[in-house]
Design a protein around this ligand. Structure first.
Ligand SMILES: [Mn+2]
Length: 433
């Protein structure tokens, strides 16, 4: 298979990024013949970035989409020939694989592509002049004018179209302005597929762009199943645990492996983040066991490390309200109505009254932009296990079972989980009239 990308969902939270990182570590040990590359398909929030940077790992790179690209089919292994080589040098290469184009270099710098048409044209000219070939030319002397090259990052379909409309049989491929290889018409006979493993999600609309063109080879997740149809049987590990990192840890154990201390810390980070230091009601016994084992592998104090992670959380004051809302915003469809629930984590709700209105305004903007009937924002104080709820104006508000702090703002002591605690109440309130 070659390269297999491992990606989390579009709003890369710590569980998503850390489980991709950890699962790639495991799979590269399990299957050294292929390369597993953790990536992320969205931008990191400031807090997520800060915590990942403190781990001192190579943060999975941003990958905008998984569409097949020109670089996926380009040829780059052929040594090519020198511009000053005699044309006879081409004969040996030609014998071996009859290429329609051969890269030509001048002092190791890319000079251009010699195509089979260049050779034919020259031969025909010679023959029509003298009826025989008397002198062997240098490669550079028979090369015709070059067409502009193509970017490696160009879409496969785009590259195919460019070559089809070109009079040339081959085009040079560039990466960052440097020659990287070349493509011929043969390269575009079959559309390639990128291999992907989905972690911390399984729905295509939450996944990397172009997922419909990819070959999904695995799913590791802890969300409700709304999975993509696949071409082949694949490995799926989906369990209702508190974090995907817990499932990845269990995969290490099932394969008789122990994560190295750094990987253990990375997995622990995702686990703590999704389970709010094992306090969220989504936490299971498996999460707790995994957390304690991982903490002992990397020799850190679970509680202390969790609190140090939470101390990286920005307050309401520091964040851009709209960015804070959309960075973790989930939409749901219920009885034909669309609603959205955002969640942001803080370490205190003391300043809520000062910023509630700014966040309420931003939430209303998000609601309008996304065409929702109702949008709510759950602000969770992870230290004191207490949340507040800001809602847009909607009839459902009066059916919520929470104490009103002020208009459209509610107090939710002990509520930590959007999925388990808030969502059922929201759905219930929508059904009431
Ligand atoms: Mn998760």
């Amino acid at each position: 298979m070659g390269t297999i990308y491992i990606t989390g969902h579009k709003n890369p939270d710590l569980d998503s990024v850390c489980s991709a990182y950890g699962y790639a570590k495991l799979m590269n040990l399990q299957d050294p013949e292929n390369t597993y590359v953790p990536v992320r398909c969205g931008h990191l929030s400031a807090t997520t970035r800060t915590i990942l940077e403190q781990l001192d790992i190579e943060i999975p790179e941003y990958k905008r989409d998984i569409y097949p690209k020109v670089r996926d089919v380009m040829l780059s292994k052929d040594p090519g020939i020198d511009a000053d080589d005699p044309l006879t040098a081409v004969a040996a290469i030609h014998e071996a694989n009859t290429p329609s184009a051969i890269p030509v270099f001048e002092k190791n710098e890319f000079y251009g592509l010699l195509t089979v048409d260049d050779i034919t044209n020259w031969t025909m000219q010679e023959l029509s002049r003298d009826n025989k070939i008397t002198q062997i030319p240098k490669v550079r002397d028979i090369m015709t004018k070059q067409e502009p090259g193509i970017e490696g990052d160009e879409l496969f379909d785009e590259g195919k179209a460019m070559l089809q409309s070109s009079s040339k049989r081959g085009l040079a491929v560039y990466e960052d302005g440097k020659y990287a290889g070349y493509v011929t018409r043969r390269c575009f006979l079959k559309t390639p597929k990128n291999n992907v493993i989905l972690v911390d999600h399984n729905e295509s609309r939450q996944s990397i762009q172009g997922i419909e063109t990819a070959n999904i080879v695995g799913i590791i997740d802890h969300h409700r199943l709304d999975a993509i149809k696949t071409e082949h049987p694949i490995f799926i590990c989906s369990e209702p645990l508190g974090s995907t990192c817990t499932i990845v840890y269990q995969q290490f154990i099932r394969n008789n492996r122990t994560p190295d201390p750094l990987t253990a810390k990375v997995l622990l980070t995702g686990l703590i983040s999704d389970t709010l230091l094992l306090k969220s009601p989504t936490t299971t016994g498996d999460d707790s066991v995994a957390a304690h084992v991982l903490a002992s592998i990397c020799r850190i104090n679970l509680e202390e490390y969790g609190l140090s992670m939470f101390s990286c959380l920005e307050g309401l004051k520091e964040r851009d309200p709209k960015a804070a809302i959309v960075s973790d915003f989930k939409t749901y469809s219920e009885n034909g109505l669309k609603l959205g629930i955002g969640q942001c984590e803080v370490t205190t709700l003391n300043d809520l009254k000062d910023y509630a209105q700014i966040y309420a305004d931003a939430l209303e903007d998000v609601r309008t932009m996304q065409g929702l009937s109702w949008a709510v924002l759950m602000i969770t104080d992870v230290i004191h296990e207490h949340s507040a709820l800001i809602c847009t104006d909607y009839r459902g508000n009066r059916h919520l079972p929470y104490k009103t702090i002020s208009k459209n703002i509610f107090d939710m002591p002990d509520v930590m989980s959007r999925k388990k605690q808030l969502l059922p109440e929201i759905i219930h309130a929508m059904e009431e009239y």
